[in-house]
Design a protein around this ligand. Structure first.
Ligand SMILES: [Zn+2]
Length: 55
């Protein structure tokens, strides 16, 4: 069960929009997950380079 953060009504399976108050649920899009991975790799890359230089 998901709870609408706007009206606190419980809804089965997270809908796109709350059927009671019209609150738009934030989408867990795959592109956002991909962006998070790209950011993580970009942040970790200099660390890998340093490790390669040391060893
Ligand atoms: Zn709602």
């Amino acid at each position: 069960m998901e709870e609408c953060p706007s009206c606190a009504i419980e809804v089965a399976h997270k809908p796109e929009v709350c059927p009671y108050c019209g609150y738009e649920f934030p989408r867990q899009s795959s592109s956002r997950t991909l962006m998070a991975w790209v950011m993580a790799i970009l942040l970790a890359w200099p660390l890998f380079e340093v490790i390669k230089l040391i060893f």
